[in-house]
Design a protein around this ligand. Structure first.
Ligand SMILES: O=C(O)C[C@H](O)C(=O)O
Ligand code: SF4
Length: 514
């Protein structure tokens, strides 16, 4: 095979997957958008999401800054050299990382060191199969960490919140899947897609679940029982009222695909792989002699580009129906106390990124800058360095905030931080600290990495680069950075409310269906 050409094909596959959402996924998002009433927080989030999808496409930049653990599934005709394929993919991955199409995401689990090029210990994941066809089938999924953390595996029989006993039968399986959507709340950037694996052992069950994410959103399961169950889940999961980003609303789940395999008598696993709306998976058919792409998968039918004027109007009108407050750091306690859950905040001026490594660091150490009255953004951006050594933001959406729950309240008090921005909300410890100290939690739209990158007008500095690009503390100058107050300084939390009401709704699905 022409390996140089094959490497280029793999590079194209990686760039397309990271920057251009597949047609079947676009259609599902469009259908969701049509269901939300104008002016609601969910409608506003969906407008931001669709705007972001077309920006990524236009700029050929990552849809979401978390480009995941690149996972390739490959089928080769007998006789094709798989070692060479691996090598070409690794080269293409390193190049795509260098060109800011992927975020450097490969971190040494013991030392915390980022390899910088997405290569190293087990990354990327490349799985091979052989087949009798005469072409190479390469599929790639870029599944980010936030939704990966919401995967869940049930061992039946189980006792489930709201649903009671789930037994070793189809009805028990139904309960597990309904529960999996509930437990994800907005943290995996709903509205999401789920792949479910029934049976297997712990590892093959998860593999089967992830395999389902390679099915097209609009295919029909050949197994009639599973086909019915898939429809049931999509219909009823959307009655849980979790909504986009967990803001409440009509659309929580965009697709459900279920696979089944045998199990051993003592084990009965139901494994669920949760994928965010930024469902980046594509595939290509490659000629094994020339290395050229002959065909793209998941690209049948109409392409919705979301770039029309009406889309932009929707975004604008949705925003103006909320109470909009402009903030600039340093922010006073008085300003914060005026904010209430539901307010829309537009931030101008400076903010600092800080995620897992920074929060851990600040517990024991001084901050490299004065954080009094400042804003912390839970974000690990994709950055590019120019020839003069200046940094540019290529993608910068929020990361899941709940991981900082053990630290956040203490850190806000210790340094006088007034606002944190992230996604998915935080828990009781942070809510209490916001009330005591006078702080606010702002929810940005998860995955809208191009939309937020556009609000960042300059990179004014960076500290703690030893933690690697995603984990460093970037000093950002922003303009019109929009987020919603979802936890205020008066003890209110939209996340707590949505969790409670969705649990009540979940309980309506307790009765046996199958
Ligand atoms: O790592 C990130 O940037 C985000 C992550 O995918 C998340 O959803 O929390
Ligand atoms: S931030 Fe949201 S959209 Fe991006 S990878 Fe994480 S879960 Fe997906």
């Amino acid at each position: 095979m022409n390996m140089e050409r094959f490497q280029e094909s793999m590079y194209d596959l990686i760039v397309e997957t990271s920057t251009n959402l597949p047609k079947d996924v676009r259609r599902a998002i469009k259908a969701a958008k049509a269901k939300e009433s104008a002016g609601t927080r969910s409608a506003m989030s969906l407008a931001t999401i669709t705007n972001n999808i077309s920006m990524a496409d236009e700029k050929v930049s990552p849809i979401c800054q978390d480009t995941g653990l690149p996972t390739f599934k490959i089928k080769t005709p007998v006789g094709v050299n798989q070692l060479q394929i691996k090598e070409a993919i690794k080269n293409a991955i390193a190049l795509a990382t260098k060109n800011s199409k992927l975020r450097p995401n490969s971190v040494d689990s013991l030392t915390g060191e980022n390899s910088g090029d997405n290569l190293g210990g087990g990354t990327p994941v490349i799985k091979f199969d052989q087949w009798e066809e005469d072409y190479i089938d390469v599929r790639l999924i870029l599944k980010g960490g936030g939704c990966e953390n919401k995967n869940i595996q049930y061992s039946l029989p189980a006792e489930l919140d709201g649903l009671g006993r789930a037994g070793r039968d189809l009805d028990g399986i139904r309960k597990c899947i309904m529960h999996s959507v509930y437990q994800a709340q907005g943290q995996g950037c709903s509205a999401g897609f789920i792949g479910v694996g029934i049976g297997g052992d712990r590892s093959s069950g998860y593999d089967l679940a992830k395999e389902q994410l390679f099915r097209s959103v609009d295919d029909v399961n050949p197994n009639e029982d599973l086909s019915k169950l898939e429809d049931y889940i999509v219909e009823h999961a959307n009655e849980l009222g979790i909504g986009t980003m967990g803001f409440g609303g009509e659309t929580t789940l965009l697709g459900c695909k279920i696979g089944v395999m045998n199990r051993i008598p003592a084990s009965f696993f139901v494994s669920v792989a949760y994928n965010c709306w930024a469902y980046r998976r594509l595939g290509v058919a490659v000629n094994p002699e020339t290395g050229v792409i002959n065909d793209w998968m998941y690209q049948e039918g109409e392409k919705i580009d979301f770039a029309s004027e009406t889309e932009k109007e929707t975004a604008a009108s949705a925003e103006t129906e909320q109470n909009v407050v402009t903030l600039q750091a340093p922010i006073t306690e008085e300003q914060i106390r005026e904010l209430k859950v539901g307010d829309v905040v537009k931030i101008n001026g400076r903010m600092y990124t800080g995620r897992d490594a920074i929060h851990h660091h600040l517990m024991e150490n001084d901050a490299p800058v004065d954080l009094n009255g400042q804003v912390i953004y839970h974000c690990g951006p994709v950055m590019m360095k120019d020839d003069e050594g200046g940094w540019h933001v290529k993608a910068a959406g929020p990361t899941t905030s709940i991981r900082e729950e053990p630290y956040q309240g203490d850190i806000m008090k210790k340094f006088g931080i007034r606002a944190v921005i992230g996604k998915g909300g935080m828990g009781p410890k942070t809510l209490k600290a916001l009330e005591e100290h006078g702080g606010v939690y702002l929810n940005a739209i998860g995955g809208a990495a191009q939309y937020y990158a556009d609000c960042i007008k300059a990179v004014e500095g960076v500290d703690l680069m030893n933690f690697g690009i995603p984990e460093a503390m970037w000093h950002l100058k922003v303009e019109g950075f929009t987020a919603v107050v979802t936890m205020d300084s008066h003890g209110n939390s939209l996340h707590k409310d949505v969790d409670k009401s969705s649990l009540e709704k979940l309980a309506q699905f307790k009765e046996r269906v199958y």
